[in-house]
Write a protein that binds this ligand. Structure first.
Ligand SMILES: Cc1cc2nc3c(=O)[nH]c(=O)nc-3n(C[C@H](O)[C@H](O)[C@H](O)COP(=O)(O)OP(=O)(O)OC[C@H]3O[C@@H](n4cnc5c(N)ncnc54)[C@H](O)[C@@H]3O)c2cc1C
Length: 171
């Protein structure tokens, strides 16, 4: 089966009206439970954008371990194609929950050096796991097919890096 090319000006996604796109989605999700349909049903026709979304991600090598702790997309935003961003956010917060509980029990939070060491350890694991997920999410079609069983035909186009400034440098 030939994969369809959405960049082709004759592709249905290029020629269909927003109303036609909405109708098609509503038909496709017709069999889903109401709580999963709700987000689509409440999207108005004027909420359907004609242009494609440009996804950017974040690949951080290191973070300061001081008064700010990052979790989730703030540290490892990724494309949604593997559906993993929320999962890693959850892992971050579960790990941090354990860390805080441990710091409280042992009263380690009173020792700034111990707190820094613990947060440095959290940052290292979180960034390593996050970076891997960010990289994997750029190439989902290498190991995956779409939910319709067809190869994903999206092509990643590397964009130039954006400069990231963390706060104003005063922590
Ligand atoms: C289309 C799409 C599909 C996805 N599908 C999946 C999936 O199937 N499975 C999965 O695991 N993940 C999925 N993800 C990823 C997942 O949604 C994110 O990784 C996750 O929501 C990140 O959580 P977060 O708390 O870090 O950030 P967010 O959920 O973005 O939360 C940040 C919050 O901070 C608020 N905020 C921002 N700036 C300020 C400010 N200055 N002051 C106060 N509040 C502020 C925002 O309004 C927002 O509520 C998907 C993402 C997208 C875009």
């Amino acid at each position: 089966m030939q994969p369809s090319d959405v960049s082709d000006p004759n592709h249905w996604l290029q020629t269909a009206s927003p109303q036609e796109k909405r109708d098609r989605v509503l038909k496709a999700i017709g069999g889903m439970p109401a709580e999963l349909r709700e987000i689509f049903e409440q999207t108005p026709v004027e909420g359907i954008h004609p242009e494609s979304h440009v996804w950017r991600d974040i690949e951080l090598d290191s973070l300061p371990f001081d008064r700010v702790i990052l979790v989730g997309d703030a540290a490892h935003a990724m494309t949604p194609f593997r559906g993993e961003g929320g999962y890693h956010t959850l892992i971050d917060t579960l790990l941090l929950g354990n860390i805080f509980s441990d710091m409280n029990t042992g009263a380690k939070f009173k020792d700034p050096a111990a707190v820094r060491e613990i947060i440095a350890c959290y940052n290292q694991e979180m960034l390593q796991r996050g970076r891997k997920a960010v990289q994997d999410s750029r190439n989902p079609w290498k190991c995956r097919v779409s939910w319709a069983g067809k190869p994903l035909v999206v092509e990643m186009v590397p964009l130039s890096d954006l400069e990231i400034k963390l706060g104003n440098g005063v922590y």
